[in-house]
Design a protein around this ligand. Structure first.
Ligand SMILES: [Zn+2]
Length: 183
């Protein structure tokens, strides 16, 4: 079991599109560490860049329980259809602690992705699972919930966002002093 540290807002890895997974030989280990990290943080979804890994890969389990058989892995995903019906719901993010935002999303999507064996799949998702998948699919494209709200809404969270940016810069400085790579 390896619990990885969750990367927070301010780290550039969260703000750029992830690289496609081409080599599936290490995916099993990455996924297993990501599930450990997600359950530890009590999240329902986690993208690879949220643990500092620049790969188009995310996991979802909306049940919150490690024993569930409803854990999903999505690799090299893209949304190929979205319903015109949308709804708004409050979302949080492990990379944006203490912030929740109302996000408008399509009720149903069709996702094309590769599974852990590298096979291509296409499936429809809706409800909380569909929403969690859209949230994580945004992450691997470098988009966070804060990027999906109006400027007015963003300004309301200015203080928390600034704090997260300062923390990230402090960490870089600390790592540089220790002569370690910050990223
Ligand atoms: Zn998130």
């Amino acid at each position: 079991m390896a619990v990885l540290e969750i990367v927070k807002y301010g780290d550039p890895i969260l703000h750029k599109k992830c690289k496609p997974v081409e080599d599936f030989s290490n995916v099993g280990t990455i996924v297993s560490d990501m599930f450990d990290s997600m359950y530890e943080a009590d999240g329902i979804g986690l993208a690879a860049n949220q643990v500092g890994i620049n790969l188009n890969l995310f996991i979802v389990d909306v049940t919150h329980t490690e024993e569930s058989d409803e854990s999903y892995v999505f690799i090299n995903s893209s949304i190929i259809e979205s319903s015109s019906n949308k709804s708004s719901s409050s979302e949080g993010c492990l990379s944006l602690p203490n912030i929740s935002l109302d996000i408008d999303r399509p009720d149903r999507i069709k996702l094309r992705y590769q599974n852990i064996d590298g096979d291509w799949c296409e499936d429809d998702f809706s409800g909380l699972l569909g929403r969690a998948i859209q949230h994580e699919n945004d992450h691997v494209n470098g988009v966070m919930i804060i990027d999906r709200v109006s400027e007015t809404e963003k300004i309301k969270h200015k203080t928390e966002l600034k704090k997260l940016e300062i923390n990230f810069n402090k960490r870089i400085k600390y790592n540089l002093e220790r002569k370690e790579s910050p990223l």
